[in-house]
Design a protein around this ligand. Structure first.
Ligand SMILES: Cc1ncc(C[n+]2csc(CCOP(=O)(O)OP(=O)(O)O)c2C)c(N)n1
Ligand SMILES: [Mg+2]
Length: 319
């Protein structure tokens, strides 16, 4: 097991970027975290039906990828899709209404937590079948290529999806047809309670996918700027006919797989290692090294986000 040393956490450099841009990235991640934390309590108090799969700890993947996409690019998502939806521009209201089962929700109240989406915002309602979005994204990318648009289909999935036939079929088709598809693997080391090294011989997913002859890169999925830059570069390749591309984003979920999972299988030291690399705390520390960002700027963003969530809850309860 790795020894924990906070000094070894790789720093994030924000100083080459505009203030508004980095604060917006920060706000997107804070919005995702506050949404997830708020929703957790609504479920625990029994206000909402069903179960939830949450993404606390993985905010940088959603925010970094979606910020690098154009509004007319499309994403597919999974059962763990709240962060993807918020980062792609769905509103807190349409998502909360959906969770409350209201007809005003983004899927008319029929989808719930696992099927967030909005076709007007470039997000196909999320698919809960592990790996299910992969062939779909390949198909969407084929349509973009045939219509000669410059759009890209970005497909989020977990490390668990790599064991599915759909992964291998979808990626192979995208590869042989050079489709503008970006495969975004959020490698959080676990598929439910199973650690990745129990189900995969290679050390990385990037190595595993090499056989399909596509470009692939593993990176620090808890560094939002690294994710943003890698996505921008990969998407540019896709738009130039050099797709598909796979990004393996190393990250960690801070919560159980779903609401009822107490997560005892994550070793304490491993959790501590990753908690020192929390994407929001790390980015906040980096932002405070700038001359133009102060602690109160970050608190203002946090307060605004919490207010935004609370007022959406009030309207959701009236639906
Ligand atoms: C085809 C299929 N098999 C099994 C399941 C049950 N299941 C839901 S999520 C999950 C684990 C997925 O792990 P991963 O892909 O790593 O995503 P993560 O939960 O880590 O985000 C499983 C086995 C399912 N939804 N679909
Ligand atoms: Mg996983």
């Amino acid at each position: 097991m790795m020894t924990i040393n906070k000094q070894q956490v790789p720093p994030i450099e924000t100083r080459g970027y505009e203030r508004d841009f980095v604060l917006e990235l920060f706000e997107t991640m804070v919005l995702i975290r506050e949404f997830e934390e708020g929703v957790k309590y609504l479920f625990l108090e029994g206000s909402m039906p069903g179960t939830i799969h949450q993404c606390q700890g993985q905010e940088a993947t959603a925010a970094g990828v979606c910020t690098a996409l154009n509004a007319d690019d499309w994403i597919t998502s999974t059962f763990r899709g709240h962060g993807h939806a918020l980062a792609k521009g769905l509103t807190v209201e349409e998502m909360l209404f959906e969770l409350f089962g209201a007809t005003t929700g983004c899927a008319k109240g029929k989808g719930g937590s696992m099927h967030m989406g909005n076709m007007d915002k470039g997000m196909v309602p999320a698919i809960a079948i592990v790996g299910g979005g992969i062939p779909l994204a390949a198909g969407m990318a084929l349509a973009f290529k045939m219509k000669r648009t410059t759009q890209v289909a970005a497909c989020f999935f977990g490390d668990g999806a790599v064991a599915e036939g759909a992964f291998h079929e979808g990626i192979n088709l995208a590869a042989i047809w050079n489709l503008p598809a970006l495969f975004v693997c959020e490698n959080n080391l676990y598929g439910a309670s199973t650690r990745i090294d129990k189900v995969m011989k290679t050390k990385t997913i990037t190595e595993r996918v090499a056989a399909y002859g596509i470009q692939a890169k593993q990176l620090d999925g808890n560094n939002v700027l690294e994710v943003y830059e890698a996505t921008k570069a990969a998407v540019a390749e896709c738009r130039n006919g050099q797709g598909p591309f796979l990004l393996e984003l190393l990250t960690y979920r801070r919560t159980g797989h779903s609401r009822r999972d107490a997560c005892h299988y994550q070793p304490k030291e491993e959790r501590e290692y990753w908690f020192c690399r929390d994407p929001i705390d790390r980015f906040a520390q980096a932002l405070l090294l700038r001359d133009d960002v102060r602690e109160e700027d970050l608190s203002t963003i946090r307060d605004r986000t919490i207010q935004r969530f609370n007022s959406a809850v009030e309207s959701a309860k009236r639906q």
